[in-house]
Structure formats: C-alpha cells, structure tokens
Design a protein around this ligand. Structure first.
Ligand code: HEM
Length: 385
C-alpha cells in the first residue's frame, strides 16, 4: 500500500503498525537510531502543540492571505481550521502530527477587521537587518500554519486540507518544506546537525526547563493583551547558506566561526557537547578561546542582556538557482515571549560582526502571534475574536 486511503483514515504507517511490522514507527527522516514517540500530541491544551512539544523530523510551514473582509468570516475560518486540525492530528497520531496557528501583523491593521485595539505590542514586520535580501513573495502573511510530523506526506497533506477548507476566505501565500529538524527542543532528543554539518540546538531553551520557558517563551498571565496569555510569538527566517564556500573552508576555521567543535559539538577547548561555555576564557590575555566574532558568543544571552529564544528550525533544500548554485539552508524558526528578543540577537549578529554572516543570507522573513491553545470545543484565536 503506497497511497493513503482517506476514507478509512488509514496511512501506510498505521497499516504497518496494525500488521505489527517491527520498526515501522522508527525514523522516517528521524536521526539514525532515534525511536520517534508515536504518542498523539493533543491539539487542545493551554499552549498550542508544535512549540514546546518535541520537534518532529519534518516541517511544512505555510502562510496565507485572508481574502475575506468580514470579521465573522475570519472567525468562521479560524474555528473551522481548529476543528479540522484537531481531527487531522488525532487521525495522524502515529505520525506525531502537530498543527500550530499564527496570526500576522496585517490582520490588526485599522479598518480591516476592527482588531487594531487588540494588537499585541510589538507585533509588526521585523525591521531591516544588514545583509537582508528578502523576497517579499516568500515573506509575511496574514495567517501561518505550521505542520510538523514524522512523515513529510502527512505534514504537507495537513496543509493542503486546510488550504482546501479555507478556499473562498483565504489563499496560499507561500509554503515551505523542511527536514531533519535542526533544533532539539527537549533534553530527551539527540542534537541534529544543520547543513553546515554542525550540531544545532545544543544550548537551546529546552521544554523541560519550565522556568526558562515562562521567562523566554510564553506570554505571562498578567501581560496584555489578555488573549495572548499562554501564547507566544513566532519568527520565521529563510536563511540560505553558501554551502560551496562553507565546504571550501577548513574545518578549524569553521569551528572558530561557530565557536564549537564540529564533531563533538563541544565549545572550543571543551570535550563534550554539553560542556559549559566559558565566554571569559582567554579574554583577559587577549586570546579569547571563543573568538569575538563567533556565532555562539554573539548570540549568547551574555551578549544580549540575558535574552533567549526557543529555536525550532529545520533544514531546507529547494533545488538549484538559475546559476546552478544550490538553494539550501535553514528555515530558522524561533518562538519567544516578545519579538524584541529576536531583534536584539539579530542586530547583535549583524552582518559585519558575525563571522557566520559571510556564509549566509536571509531571503525571507515573517512574524506571527501564536495565541494560546484551544480548549475542547473552542478554537485558536477565540479570545481575540
Ligand atoms: C543559517 C544560520 C544559522 C546557523 C547555521 C546557526 C547555527 C548555530 C549553531 C551551530 C549553534 C551552536 C549550537 C547550539 O547551541 O544550538 C547556534 C547557536 C545559537 N544560535 Fe544560531 N545559527 C544560525 C542563525 C541564527 C539566528 C538568525 C539566530 C537568532 C537571531 C541564532 C541564534 C542562536 C542562539 C541564541 C544560539 C545559542 C547561543 C548560546 O547561548 O550558546 N542563530 N547556532
């Protein structure tokens, strides 16, 4: 059976499971040897799924423009999508599917849906950063739908279903696939590598660290607007890597650019991946162990007034451009309590300071407010509309 049988809601994976085929639930695109949790990730709850829940190996992230002009139509769309998402997530539980919704800044424009007074502070397109080369057609959007799963077909199918249901009220703006989660969001997960070959996510905020999650990620119970409490803000940056240049750079130089050893993931001078990073080592003697322009120094909380992000990025490969160069890199995805957290770090990274800047270019950008999770019978965004 290679095709999905929709009427029975049967997937190839589930058929194998039903047949008791050993290993069928293991790693379609997971890390070698990593057994993927096949428990359902519930759609309903205080927070939306797909944020703090362990990152699955596959991503399909789409942005939509709302064509409907009446507030009631927007509400009906959000309600319908939530109900459908709850059903699809349940049906595709063997693939660990999660669906996460976000609301773009343009929805709050005065005179559009009458939501301007409920706009979360700071929810606006990101400022221009040095070195940006953004494609407007692949940036922005009124609504975001992030589908993550063990199986790429399940993730893209979820988006297509919502697209079909939303026709008449919304249209697709951009749709981006990602693979090989390049961030771990849980201590239980092994750290994956990005396309530059480095472990990515070692020093990420981990979901088990509930203090860091409430300080860095979730909108607090006393913050305004009230409808965002338990929610978070999403930043998406499509970052293309100059992989030919990178691969031509000696490994010891690459390691100084990142600030970590390539093989182990340990900070320079350390031996194990999770060895603590000592940014002060060697600074006084004028020979910092972690170079002044290393990525992990410039993005660290110490360099950014304590600011942190929950990164949940994926690798992408979109073929080659007209010149035959690979279009590949990172779908950088970060969740934070305020968008200013990303802005602070990205400004610090700034093209000239960050040694990594010579090897990457940001080609698309979008931001969304992700409301709290829906209660049973409710929908995401209910508090807003
Ligand atoms: C293609 C672009 C990028 C690549 C290849 C990359 C790669 C890495 C790697 C290998 C690490 C070290 C392992 C880890 O702790 O996760 C790291 C850390 C980090 N990166 Fe990036 N990164 C990229 C873009 C960004 C951007 C745009 C931001 C935010 C504006 C960012 C923020 C961070 C942060 C906060 C850390 C953890 C620093 C620490 O506290 O140790 N990165 N990145």
């Amino acid at each position: 059976v290679t095709e999905r049988d929709d009427q029975n809601g049967l997937t190839r994976r589930r058929l194998f499971e039903a047949l008791g085929v050993a290993g069928a639930g293991v790693a379609l695109g997971g890390l070698p040897g990593e057994v993927l949790a096949r428990r359902a990730v519930p759609f309903h709850g205080r927070h939306q799924a797909g944020i703090a829940t362990p990152a699955q190996p596959r991503l399909q992230l789409a942005a939509f423009d709302v064509t409907a002009t009446a507030r009631g139509d927007l509400r009906d769309l959000l309600r319908d999508w939530s109900e459908a998402a709850a059903r699809i997530t349940k049906r595709e539980r063997s693939s660990g599917l999660t669906i996460t919704f976000g609301l773009g800044p343009a929805l709050f424009e005065p005179g559009r849906f009458g939501l301007d007074r409920k706009r979360p502070p700071g929810l606006a397109d990101l400022p221009a950063f040095t070195g940006d080369a953004l494609d407007p057609a692949r940036s922005g959007g009124d609504l975001a739908v992030q589908a993550c799963a063990d199986d790429p077909a399940v993730a893209s199918d979820a988006i297509e279903r919502l697209l079909a249901r939303g026709s008449g009220a919304t249209q697709l703006r951009w749709n981006q696939a990602g693979f090989g989660r390049s961030s771990s969001t849980s201590r239980k997960q092994r750290t994956a590598r990005n396309l530059m070959g480095f472990k990515d996510g070692t020093n990420n905020v981990k979901a088990e660290n509930t203090r860091a999650m409430s300080r860095a990620v979730w909108v607090g119970e006393r913050e305004r607007p009230a409808w965002m409490r338990g929610g978070t803000f999403l930043v998406v940056r499509k970052i293309r890597m100059r992989l030919d240049d990178w691969d031509a750079t000696p490994v010891h130089r690459q390691e100084r650019i990142i600030g970590r050893h390539k093989k182990s993931g340990a900070p320079l001078g350390g031996r194990r991946e999770f060895d603590p990073v000592d940014l002060n080592a060697g600074v006084e003697s004028g020979d910092p162990r972690i170079p002044t322009d290393a990525h992990i120094r410039l993005s660290s909380p110490q360099a950014n007034g304590g600011v942190r992000l929950l990164r949940r990025s994926y690798n992408y490969r979109d073929g080659v451009d007209a010149d035959g160069n690979p279009d590949a890199g990172l779908v950088f995805i970060a969740f934070s309590r305020r968008l200013s957290q990303f802005i602070t770090i990205q400004r610090r990274l700034g093209h000239r300071d960050d040694a990594l800047g010579d090897f990457i270019v940001h080609t698309a950008s979008a931001v969304f407010a992700c409301p709290p999770g829906a209660r049973r019978g409710g929908y995401v965004g209910e508090g807003l509309i």
